[in-house]
Write a new protein. Sequence first.
Lengths: 195, 557
Amino acid sequence: MSINDRKVYVVDDDADLGAAVARLLGRHGFSAQSFLDPVQLLDIYAQAPAACIVTDVMMDDLDGFGFADRIRVMDPGAAIIFMTAWPTTANAVDSVRRHGGIDYLEKPLDEARLLAAVSEGVDWSGRRRQQLARTATLSPREREVFDLLVQGHSNKVIAGMLALSPKTVEDHRASIMSKTEANGLAQLIALASPD
Amino acid sequence: MLRVFPCFTTLNELGNAKRMMIPFGQIQYRRGRTPMPRQLVNLLLMLAYGLAFWLTLGLAAHWGGKGFYSVWFPAAGLRLALLWHAGPRFTPAIAAVEILVNLAMGRFSITSPDLAMTLWGILRPVLAYGGVVALIRWLSSGRRAGVMAPPMPFSLAAVAAPGIAAFSALPEALLRPDRTAVESIQDVMISLTAFAVGDLLGVLIVAPPLLWVAETMSQRRIGMIAALRECAIRGSATLEVALLLAGGIATTWLLNRIGLGSQPMPLILAVAWVGLRFGRFPVWMALTIVSILVLPETAGAFSTTDRLHLHLDLATVVVVGYLAGSYCDAQKEARTDIERRDRLLFQAERLKTLRAMSVAVIHEISQPLSTLAIEAKHLHQITGGADDEIMRSAALVDRKAATLSNLVRRLRRFGGAAVDEPSALPVSALIESVAAIAAPEARDQGASLKLGPIDPDLVVFAQEVELTQALMNLLRNAIHAASDGNVELSGEKEEEMVRIMVTNRVGPSHRAKAGMGVGSLVAQAIVEAHGGHLEKAKVQDGVAHASIILPLAGDNA
């Protein structure tokens, strides 16, 4: 695994805390960098994506959840971990369910839990990127067929839905199988799900 | 001298709002100074009762007549006071004492053919009184207590007991008229009316001061003395009472002089005024003065009907005055209650502000503390091989930062998560977190907390923060009251409920601390909102137990 695969960004409007967390992660073998402003990170993110982002929830202009949603759009393969000094049960549930967070950490931070979450996030990101890479070469039409296949539809039904002949769907399916190197429908479905 | 009777507050105690929350018969804190054996106390009480009963029975004879009950029967007041003070379970003992006194006075002989009827005649009123006291205590206990605000229960008992006792004599009077030597139905009615009037006067004049004295002694409160002092200080009030009373008496006398007979109206007006304005104690004084004036007049050679007539008037005056006084006291209680609620409301507002502030402070602290804890731990790790002094300092800083972090996390859960819905909460987790929060306070008080046996499977469905607050309040009370500094927390299953108990040892001179009421009131409100109930601290053999009882959640229930 190259060093870039262990890249972690830390976003917190408390510069000292952001730096402390980044240094802590650095000591544990991650390549961590801290940001004071999430907007700054968004500006450079496309050029330098990370495996994992640890972000505060309550920030001035853009809160952690809004920031996470924008990162998700740019990079579905980045793991996101939230941390907050105002924990609520509702936010904790939302952070995982709606904003795709790996964990929701309470400040003062529990160091062991933070490290575990970041490790898990980095691993998840690696797996997710591999999945994404395998489906990245699909053509737009193959993509449509793929999406319907993993929902459990048969060739015939897909043909009806996309107004194609069953034979064409059959061809697309074979192509999808070869491009993703999947060995059967179960593996295809595994590729489509983030975990 | 063990019990607290909230119905019988004296004037200066009206401010003591907590007592309103205590149902009858429930012993709160026993404040007995002396460890005198209870049997001995009871025996002395019975001996005193026998003696007093004997004296008052002799006194009552002056207002009796052939075949008629006495129309002034102070013994009934003694009986009711004793039953009210000691509890209806003393009914058999009181009955035995009354039989012995009657026997000693030669009122009946054990060889008499009608022995059973005679004994029943003595027993009957005692049973009626005991029954009325038991019924009214039951009515004014537990959840029913709300509608029977003090001093209503006693007033009710004082009015109901004579009536019921007289009524209970009706069958016998009708079936065996020879026993009371009355013949016509009219005579029977007159006889029973005399019974009721005599008892009523005896009860309302004699029982209140006895209970005041008993209360003053048992609680080491200076209720009656303070009331007297208050009367003396408030000269204008005393003057008003005196003027009203003198006016009433003078008008009655005048009406009598001009040939209108004895008219109770002026006195009724006077005592109603006194009662409504000043409460039971002053009106009782006024009624006693009136009785002292009337009773010698009607004693001895006086025609029975005239005497009954006068005593009926007197009973009317006494009942009206006493009820007016009770009403005034109940009003004072209600006012005090409202004031107490206002204070609670104010306190709640302040707590709300305080909570918002502490949540903000916790937030502000948790940011730098996060940094501090991370860096301290790092420092600790990298100084592992350094100079011993440096290493120890770093270890200490790390440990303290970690402790502080834990504390902040716990505090925030306590103060910040009020919006959270109720959830399944393991009792062991609740007890542990409360113990952790209370630990610093316990240390300051020199107390040590001990966690007793807790069944780990017990789960309640609760709002954690609120329940923590409730248990915390009980624990805080226990920490302050513990005589040897040991406080134990335990949780156990009790049928479909769970009992969370706070136990501490209290010294013989234990007294409730000031301000203890609000904490338990808050705890009570929280626990009741969770479908449970609170058992306030009860002392048994020098150990106080306070419990929160909650319904179990899930499979355990």
